[in-house]
Write a protein of this length. Structure first.
Length: 305
């Protein structure tokens, strides 16, 4: 199901239907199961995600009406991707205080759809976007729910879950590890105008890295509200765990502050945490990093951070 480049092949328009329907029939053990609809779910910078509508024999009662399909991306900001890691993290979160969709099956054989993929439960609800709308009446309650969900992630005793073997604790200070993680993005910089600014920030952050926290926390890392599903004022699922790691919980807080600065101006945004500023400003993002972030980073360096 792939061409010479490994790209997903779609011979009949959506191209997923026939091989995916056969795969689902085999997994559910229902030859009569039909894949009635495939809907592309918008959002995300790299993930290719679809909602699947299924029709099955009513007497079986074991096939849900909808599922969600996630296909491993080939390129993007964080390539190379390993979809199996995201699948296993989500598996490890089942039964904990962290709400996550239930992963059902992972398929690593690229011959099925051209790339690895997995299916998971479809969680009903609303994804508010990057930030909450301050004009909505339920925004304060949703903000509290988001903070509670993030606290549940940070307070999870990951040592008592499969995350203990899946995630590797940083060998030294988490702040140093976070900066060094960005090093993999440095080679493409070359002589770009932002390179000098970026290297100055990197050196400053390494020199000022705080000591390790008393306790390593599970970090979501991609804690944009666009990865949180709400039902009214409750968070019912947290999505996109491909960047999950262990470290200082302040890194997640800083990332959210960076989003505030990126998408909304105001006094809270002015408190942008410098580690998040560097990550979001890295020039390899090109179209994603804005002049606002570059100016903010230059301002922080000028203030001595």
């Amino acid at each position: 199901m792939s061409d010479a480049t490994g790209a997903l092949h779609r011979p009949d328009g959506d191209g997923l239907r026939a091989p995916l329907e056969a795969w689902l029939q085999d997994r559910f053990g229902q030859a009569s199961l039909q894949l009635a609809g495939i809907e592309k779910i918008a959002g995300g910078l790299s993930n290719e995600t679809y909602r699947l509508r299924l029709i099955s024999s009513p007497e079986t009662g074991q096939v849900p009406a909808t599922l969600v399909l996630r296909i491993q991306p080939q390129q993007g900001l964080l390539a190379d991707y390993d979809l199996s890691f995201q699948y296993r993290v989500t598996q490890a979160l089942q039964g904990t205080a962290v709400p996550a969709p239930r992963p059902i099956w992972f398929e690593g054989d690229a011959h099925v759809l051209g790339r690895p993929f997995y299916v998971m439960t479809d969680v009903a609800g609303e994804v508010p976007g990057r930030l909450l709308d301050p004009a909505r009446r339920d925004t304060p309650a949703r903000q509290r729910a988001f903070v509670a969900a993030l606290a549940a992630i940070h307070n999870l005793d990951w040592t008592q879950t499969a995350l203990a073997t899946l995630l590797r604790p940083p060998s030294g200070r988490p702040a140093v590890a976070a900066v060094e993680w960005v090093d993999s993005y440095l080679p493409p910089l070359g002589s770009e105008p932002d390179a000098e600014l970026f290297h100055r920030a990197r050196a400053r952050l390494l020199a000022a890295a705080p000591p390790p926290p008393s306790r390593l926390s599970l970090l979501h890392v991609d804690c944009s509200l666009s990865n949180y599903i709400f039902q009214r004022d409750r968070v019912v699922a947290v999505l996109d765990w491909e960047l999950a790691t262990l470290g200082d919980l302040q890194a997640d807080v800083g990332y959210y502050c960076a989003l505030l600065f990126r998408y909304r101006s105001g006094p809270v945004a002015a408190k942008l945490e410098e580690r998040a500023a560097v990550v979001t400003s890295r020039p390899v993002y090109r179209g994603v990093a804005t002049h606002d972030f570059r100016d903010r980073l230059a301002d922080l360096l000028g203030q001595g951070l």
